[in-house]
Design a protein around this ligand. Structure first.
Ligand code: GDP
Length: 529
């Protein structure tokens, strides 16, 4: 029962947002509540700073920080909370998508003035597809922003969510007076002082009470009553099951910078957010409380020290416990591995631990055994599903610029791709290699790291591709598929898993191919089954 108790204590989630919405600030305030850090400024922002230095140096800086912020764990009340870092910058979107396979729920941060922004939209779409439970936090209420109802509408429409406000702002910007907490039925008045005692909430069961006028003024009281009535008419009541199924999204308002509305968010979060959830493997669904260990790699981080090519593989524990020095089966290699110094994370530090539980993340030192998506078990043949690739935005041929170092280049490319830095496609026609990335910056990173970590040199050559489409033939033996392969042979490649990919040069050619070869299905995500 100890196992069940430990697992049920865990809440593993990610905070997603468009850059600048307040993710870092909110993370920091959550850690302050957990007593994991003592002062503001301790959580480093992992975002790419504009203009300060060259973008490339920024990426290197970011790489350093992102080890420190990969997992931020702390205890709050009787819960163990693991926050997984999700880069907001679009060039790292793939990292974030992968991290989303390891969370049990997410908090979406939205800037009250900017509303739903592009990155938020993309990330929420992925969460929606995977039915991840989401809570929305509308931030920066101390600033002038959009009307609360307009924002709730925007969230419903642009993010295709079904919202359920659990708190509601009283005024906004200059006139921001505080928040009515629908969930706890109390009022918290805003003083602009982020050190204010957070116990200063006023219980307020009866919104009709004349006390409300005294607290916030008569016009405001009237307005709040009308708004709350409207909310109860328009929006559904909170239903935890619907939230856990990803069908209903509670909304909170606040100001992370002023530490306002954050405690309400956290208290509700630990009450409603799901403990570790079962996860599907190709073979079966795995339940967290099973006695035997299983887990999968969702992130690999190369060490900052170029002289030591060791890496840290981040494993999400799906079931059971992970123990130090116990042999586990690396399913893809069919090989047993032992780990003498698994890292667990606490606040912004990592430390060696003997036992970790389902829901937790462990960091394992790796010299090249792992790639993203690998499964570890106590012997069972399991392969966890759910780390899809999306079509990259940029495509270039990669050429060997130093023929004496072709082995090193080969090894470097393989390892960097295992890490998930970019995607590799090998053209069917001539075996030439094409690197696909989400952001153009990754090409510089790859070139630099190949040289500094592997002693290899590369150059790039443009290859005009609009999108990579994963090909699925309804009937691999029919004439239509044979013709498709013949006509498109110059544009066909294999990805690292050996799946067939059509590198289409325009949206038009995708459309034409779809019309001409209806039994050949083109997918924009690698995992379509
Ligand atoms: P991230 O890119 O999402 O991690 O955003 P940050 O947490 O770094 O915040 C971006 C900027 O918004 C910073 O200058 C923060 O100080 C500011 N910010 C965050 N929360 C609030 C808030 O509640 N009110 C105001 N006025 N500014 C905020």
């Amino acid at each position: 029962m100890q196992l069940e108790k430990e697992i049920n204590k865990r809440r593993t989630f990610g905070i997603i947002s468009h850059p600048d919405a307040g993710k870092t600030t909110l993370t920091e305030k959550l850690l302050l509540f957990g007593g994991a850090i003592q002062e503001a400024g301790a959580v480093k922002s992992n975002k790419i700073k504009k203009g300060a230095t060259s973008d490339f140096m920024e990426i290197e800086r970011q790489r350093g920080i992102s080890v420190a912020t990969s997992v931020l764990a702390f205890n709050y009340r009787d819960k163990k909370i693991n926050i997984l870092d999700t880069p907001g910058h679009k060039d790292f979107a793939e990292d974030t998508f992968r991290t989303l396979t390891a969370v049990d729920s997410v908090i979406v941060v939205i800037d009250v003035a900017k509303g739903v922004e592009e990155q938020t939209q993309k990330l929420v779409e992925v969460c929606r597809m995977r039915k991840i439970p989401m809570i929305v936090f509308i931030n920066k209420l101390d600033r002038e922003g959009k009307d609360a109802f307009d924002l709730l509408d925007e969230v419903e429409q642009k993010l295709e969510l079904k919202v359920c406000p659990l708190s509601y702002p009283i005024g906004m910007g200059y006139d921001f007076k505080g928040i009515y907490n629908i969930w706890e039925k109390n009022i918290n008045l805003f003083s602009g002082d982020n050190k204010k005692n957070i116990k200063d909430t006023i219980a307020f069961d009866d919104i009709e009470s004349p006390e409300l006028e005294k607290l916030i003024g008569s016009d405001e009281a009237e307005e709040l009553r009308t708004d709350l009535e409207l909310i109860s008419e328009v929006y559904p009541d909170f239903d935890r099951e619907a939230y856990i199924k990803g069908e209903l999204q509670p909304v909170f308002f606040g100001s992370a910078l002023n530490n306002f509305g954050v405690r309400e968010l956290l208290d509700c979060f630990i009450t409603i957010a799901p403990p570790p959830l079962p996860k599907k493997a190709e073979e079966r669904a795995v339940t967290p409380t099973e006695n035997t260990f299983s887990g999968f790699v969702f992130k690999i981080h190369a060490n900052m020290d170029p002289k030591h090519r060791d890496r840290l593989a981040f494993i999400k524990i799906v079931s059971g416990t992970f123990e130090r020095n116990k042999p586990y089966l690396h399913v893809r290699h069919q090989k047993n591995l032992k780990f003498s110094s698994p890292n667990a994370f606490f606040a912004e530090k990592k430390e060696i631990v003997d036992v970790s539980y389902a829901g937790d993340i462990v960091g394992l030192h790796d010299t090249g055994n792992f790639k993203i998506g690998d499964t570890l078990t106590e012997g069972e043949q399991l392969n966890f599903k759910g780390i899809p690739s999306f079509s990259p935005e940029h495509f270039r041929y990669i050429n060997n610029a130093d023929p004496m170092k072709s082995k090193q280049l080969e090894k470097g490319i393989t390892q960097l791709m295992d890490e998930g830095v970019a995607q590799l496609f090998t053209l069917q026609l001539n075996n030439r290699k094409i690197i696909g990335t989400v952001g153009a910056l990754q090409y510089e990173v790859i070139q630099y790291r190949l040289e500094h970590e592997y002693g290899a040199k590369c150059s790039y050559e443009n290859f005009p591709v609009h999108k990579a489409c994963w090909v699925e033939a309804e009937d691999p033996n029919n004439e239509e598929f044979a013709e498709f392969k013949r006509v498109k042979q110059k544009f066909l490649a294999h990805d690292k898993q050996g799946q067939l990919v059509f590198l289409a040069d325009s949206a038009f050619s995708i459309q034409m191919a779809q019309q001409k070869y209806p039994t050949v299905k083109l997918h924009f995500v690698s995992e379509y089954k």
